[in-house]
Design a protein. Structure first.
Length: 246
């Protein structure tokens, strides 16, 4: 449909799961695209899967606050102006309260909140007018899921940021919105050690009786990124199959 035609877009964590699917949708909609990931190898694999040699690859640790300045400088050099930022990079480390140490706590907050905060700050001189920022948050900021205290807090902070920055940046022509995802079928669950039995149990807790797909989230990201949502500011779209309504 070319809803993102002639728009420059940056997706953090764009090499797998929701980020990769959003990258695919952005390209299908006509965007000029940059993606970040920690590993150059994963970036090259993503570009091969996307089938587009024009995708700009940026190796970056999403939790390195100082490193976000280099990401912004690369975007400025290559794109001149940025129309869309999708903050998707993040980690999900779970554990009971008594098992957390300071290093793990800082790692989660650095990756899920501090890095994104300073990336947005570094990109301020690069953003076009108008522009769109989409933050990938989670229903864990709304529900009291055991073992998710730190993860839920990081996503709650990001959700709060979407609301405060929506008021702060709209005068610059920058819209900020958030997507709170529920259980989505991505490689995340494998990293958390969840097998088929655990996933079946999780599905039974979802009113829709299934996991969401990365494509369902990516379509929502395209909506927020495009001019279709020009009057949508500071909104949160919950995509969780009804799980947070229980």
């Amino acid at each position: 449909m070319n809803r993102l035609n002639n728009k420059n877009a940056l997706i953090t964590g764009g090499t797998s799961g929701i980020g990769l699917e959003a990258a695919r949708e952005f390209l299908n909609e006509g965007a000029r695209l940059a993606i970040t990931a920690r590993s150059q190898e994963s970036l090259e694999a993503a570009r091969k899967e996307l089938g587009n040699d024009g995708v700009l690859l940026i190796a970056s640790n999403a939790g390195d606050a100082q490193g976000q300045k280099q990401v912004a400088e690369t975007i400025r050099e290559e794109f001149k102006r940025l129309d869309i930022l999708f903050v998707n990079a993040g980690i999900a480390e779970m554990g009971p309260l008594e098992k957390w140490d300071e290093a793990a706590f800082d790692r989660s907050f650095d990756t899920n909140f501090k890095g994104p905060f300073f990336l947005i700050q570094a990109l301020l001189p690069v953003f076009n007018n108008p522009a769109s920022i989409v933050l990938m948050t989670s229903i864990n900021s709304h529900i009291g899921m055991p073992n998710s205290s730190v993860y839920g807090a990081t996503k709650g902070a990001l959700l709060s940021l979407s609301r405060t920055l929506s008021g702060e940046l709209i005068s610059r022509g920058i819209r900020v919105n958030a997507i709170s995802g529920g259980p989505i079928a991505t490689p995340l669950y494998g990293k958390l050690g969840m097998g088929e039995k655990e996933l079946k149990s999780l599905e039974s807790q979802i009113p829709a009786r299934r996991l969401g797909t990365p494509s369902e989230v990516a379509q929502a990201v395209v909506y927020f990124a495009s001019d279709d949502s020009a009057f949508t500011v500071g909104s949160e779209l919950v995509i969780d199959g009804g799980m947070s309504n229980l």
